[in-house]
Design a protein around this ligand. Structure first.
Ligand code: PMP
Length: 406
């Protein structure tokens, strides 16, 4: 596609026309959850108005329509990340996707003497499930350190990939610093040593073209609500051999072919891992989100966000007493910062009064906060629908708030 008209693109997001506290909303919390374009909202609305029925059960017209639309959404999502639809398990998000791997893949396989390697820049969703597995299997969880620039050092990763490591679980893009990790390189190093890899793609898919097949990982988890889709959507991609070997995680309807008290036969993947009524409308909405992102072109999205990030970093440097965490060479449009002498929550609260939505706190990444010796930060995170004028408004408000707190 051609370079989008970004002003027209912004107008596709009804919520961004809102005011808060009498000021125009400046939404800088897209790493937390993204806003939704009209096409996604209308797709979900149309599903409930015209097609609502359960999937894979009823033979009536609505049942077929719902099933077709749900499976079409899976196919669109699979094409967007360059994988086969049959290898994509639809989940309620990244958390569910990682837990599925923890319970169905890691739990039956690991034991004392085995290690799950992760990193200090992970979201808790890529730490706690491994701790639960470790508790039950006797395996150990270890983490690769983060450098002062907020990156993972290749030599440190290689040194940590010792023979006891059975799984290396790491994030594609940091939700706190924006750091983009060299996923292909890490997966190659792990694979060479016979170590499986799980990549947390939550913060990657909203910001860049991701070709999962080319990454060389074993598992790739992502969430729909950060990439213009509804909440409660997402997926796990896994190599087919894993999906075939893994026992089901949740039991129930839809995931079986035949049930009797003598013998229950499971459905084929991906359905084997989708027990119960799924988020039908949500995933159909996620299909519309993927169409929307494709119409923009992810290369354009990435370039636009790089520009916004550069502008924000430049402007932040002009304010005294600001500390930006990390300085990753390659990063998504996420910036964590602190103001000398001010608490992150106070900053975020005062910014909110100016109409500016940023997140404050630990960002579900306690170990990363510890690496930088802080308890909390403010985080501004952007998407392609943000504007340079919004970045300026944010920086002006921050300067004002800093004076108030000083
Ligand atoms: N991993 C990362 C890097 C994230 O940013 C998030 C969401 N903040 C998650 C995992 C969890 O995603 P979800 O809450 O949608 O399951």
């Amino acid at each position: 596609p051609a370079v989008p008209d970004w002003a027209a693109v912004r107008a596709d997001f009804p919520l961004l026309e809102r005011q808060v506290h009498g000021k125009p909303l400046v939404y800088l919390d897209s790493a937390n959850t993204g806003q939704k374009p009209r096409s996604v909202i209308e797709t979900v609305d149309a599903f409930y108005r015209r097609h609502n029925a359960n999937v894979s059960r009823a033979v009536h017209a609505l049942g077929s329509e719902a099933t077709e639309a749900y499976e079409a959404a899976r196919a669109r999502l699979a094409a967007f990340v360059n994988v086969q639809a049959d290898d994509l398990v639809l989940t309620s998000g990244t958390t569910m996707a990682i837990n599925l791997v923890a319970y169905a893949w890691a739990l039956p396989r690991l034991g004392p003497g085995d290690t799950i390697l992760t990193t200090r820049m992970e979201h808790h969703a890529n730490i706690v499930p491994w701790q639960l597995v470790a508790e039950r299997t006797g395996a150990t969880v270890r983490a690769v350190d983060v450098t002062d620039t907020g990156e993972l050092d290749g030599d440190a990763v290689r040194a940590a990939l010792t023979p006891d490591v059975k799984l290396f679980a790491f994030t594609h893009v940091s939700n706190v610093l924006g750091t983009v990790n060299p996923v292909r390189e890490f997966c190659r190093e792990a694979r060479r040593r016979g170590i499986a890899t799980l990549v947390d793609g939550s913060q990657a898919l909203p910001h860049r073209q991701v070709d999962i097949a080319a990454l060389g990982c074993d598992f790739y988890a992502f969430t729909g609500h950060k990439m213009c889709g509804p909440t409660g959507t997402g997926a796990l991609w896994a190599r087919r051999e894993h999906l075939q070997a893994m026992p089901p995680f949740l039991g129930g309807g839809e995931m079986i072919r035949e049930v009797s008290f003598e013998r229950t036969v499971y459905n084929d993947p991906p359905h084997k891992f989708e027990a119960g009524t799924p988020n039908i409308a949500g995933h159909i909405g996620l299909g519309a989100a993927v169409d929307y992102l494709s119409s923009l072109g992810m290369a354009h999205v990435e370039a636009r966000e790089a520009e916004l990030r550069a502008h924000a970093l430049d402007a932040l440097r002009g304010i005294e007493g600001i500390r930006v965490l990390g300085a990753p060479r390659e990063a998504a449009a996420v910036i964590s910062f602190l103001v000398e002498g001010a608490h992150a929550h106070d900053l975020a609260t005062l910014l909110d009064l100016e109409g500016i939505a940023v997140r404050s706190g630990h960002h579900c990444a306690h170990p990363l906060m510890a690496c930088f010796g802080v308890a909390a930060t403010c985080r501004m995170s952007m998407a392609f629908y943000n504007t340079h004028a919004e970045v300026d408004a944010f920086v002006a408000a921050l300067a004002k708030v800093r004076r108030l707190l000083a």
